[in-house]
Design a binder for this molecule. Sequence first.
Ligand code: ADP
Ligand code: MG
Length: 704
Amino acid sequence: MRADMEIKFLSGVGERRAALLTMELGIRTVGDLLHYYPFRYIDRTKVYRIGELTEENSSTFVQLRGRIVGYAYLGDGRKQRLSVTLGDSTGQIEMVWFQGAKWIEKRIEVGREYMVLGKPTYFNGKANLVHPEIELVEKFLARGNFGMQGVYGTTERLTSAGLGSKGIYGLVCTLWEAVKGRIGETLPGHVVRQLGLMSRAEALENIHFPSSPQKLRAAQYRLKFEELFGIQLGIVSLKAGRTTLKNGFVFARVGHHFLDFYENRLPFKLTEAQKRVVKEIRKDTTSGHQMNRLLQGDVGSGKTMVALMSMLLAADNGFQSCLMAPTEILARQHYASIAKMIAGTPTEGRVAVLTGSTKAAERREILRRLASGEILILVGTHALIEDRVQFDNLGMVVIDEQHRFGVEQRAKLWTKNQVTPHILVMTATPIPRTLAMTLYGDLDVSVIDELPAGRKPIKTYHLKEAMRLKLFGFMKKEIAKGRQIYVVYPLIKESESLDYQNLYDGFEHIIQEFPLPEYRVGAIHGKMSPEDKAEGMRLFAEGVNQILVATSVIEVGVDVPNATVIVIESAERFGLSQLHQLRGRVGRGGNQSYCVLMSGDKLSSDAEKRLEAMVQTCDGFELSELDLKLRGAGDVNGTRQSGEAFDLRIASLSTDGQILQQARDVAEQILAQDPHLTEPQNKLLAALRERYKPSGSIDYGMIS
Ligand code: ADP
Ligand code: MG
């Protein structure tokens, strides 16, 4: 049997169930099934006594052994249920079936002894089991299975086709009988020995049929390592490939574009961190290698300045640059601030902005000046990626808040010149280390870990509706001091119209509370035309409006240093990293700033934790680690790619950091000696690297 044999040919599957397995779980081949691991295990050696069960000790599945005392149908009509009483020497417990009652009734006999497996639910302190698994004790003993039993993830549709967890387990048993003894190794002997790993055959056996908790742990370790190691081999190779090639543009000159700005126009003293990063970029761009650098810096740390200086250096060496931002507002704002900063320098007039809403005539003119090399810095949105945007000599690409761009979109910019330009990817979403090592493991990383001097930590409060009048009073006080305020509403796709209604209602409410002529309130949201949005933003940025009511379009990058308060409505509906991004809109000047999280009265425990964390800390890294824990790696806001690019089956980026580090170390060590994995002892590794290439389906190789 080959690993790529279609699952429908496995005995007991057939066309219909095969189609379901593929659709619901992505299981297409027997190899897929072999690598579909239990997500949990039930210890079948542990048998509880009924009298022992308490709400605390039995929050998961428990196994009982007892005799059936009696049964009855309770309720009537559609609500009818079968109630069966199970007893042992310590007490009795009720088992309930709402469905399949007749089928169960035929299979139970009063007075006989059964093994029962179920998850207790409690009413008034009294336990009962709904739809437990039940089996005659003799039959259970005859099966000789007393170890840990895997629980497989399944869906309702599969369950109704007989493929609940137990059904899938059955298929895995059938498959294992057919393939055991013929499982090949995927890691070379020297790696297995160096790390003391379990063999692949033993690991697969124990992941499905653990013979002891120790073996299960060893199996999990081996399979997690293999997965993370395969990915790291690819990433480390990618990075090595880039740094061994000598094909990067060399920005040797420091000329007038940079110096005139640096010496005459720099509006503040650079932080040490900014200086360090500029040096790192200088080093990269003079090395002859192509730069591929990720710049992480918390919101407000001054990444834009670093980008500008890098682009000026490119200009000094005869190269054009582009700065790509995720939204129209942000692109226009970047353009405005760059234009202002370089006014009066040789770069003045050689910067342009291009977005989806740039008018045709203006666009033509920009494209012409771009192709002729007159424009040195082009700022824009993803409109920059379009084919008709042709540079004369693109040498530097800066991507701001990159998580908004897909991997493919990014790749397209690289091809705007025959030689790949230097690339600086900037993100304010602090990426947990494990995620960074996986998602951006091929990039070099710079960190701005210092905020400009004089910044005061933002004070964050969590308020409920009853405090709203107090909030309004507080807002008025801040406005009286000459400050400005954001009020943000969530906008979540599924219920868009409802969300807009909330925004409009909120806007009305604010206008009533803050009436003209004393107060001026503006609003921006995604449904407005780009011009109207830009105008709304301008009125706020220039201080004409004191309050800006907005959807989360202002989430990234927007920079109005005089704004000191951000009120986030329905804060429980935002993710943690989004909340942190939003909060970063204030605290950008020297004044004390505030973030007010408004929420409903009843909160889920996760929402409660998120808001509590926001109140407790302003540290983006701390928050992102927590976010990763709360939501799992595939779902961290803005880094959704992680789940798609790397289809992790067993390893978890949130809990397997140590294994990941080990995988990284071993990959680096091996590739340093054998960069192309051509030596005989590394032959298997070339295949492993290929198998775990980002995206695309995973090919497991041969079973035998
Ligand atoms: P982010 O890293 O979030 O993109 P910005 O580049 O928008 O941050 O900078 C935030 C604010 O801090 C801007 O108003 C910018 O002009 C200002 N700023 C940047 N660097 C410094 C510095 N070294 N000293 C003082 N203010 C700075
Ligand atoms: Mg920014």
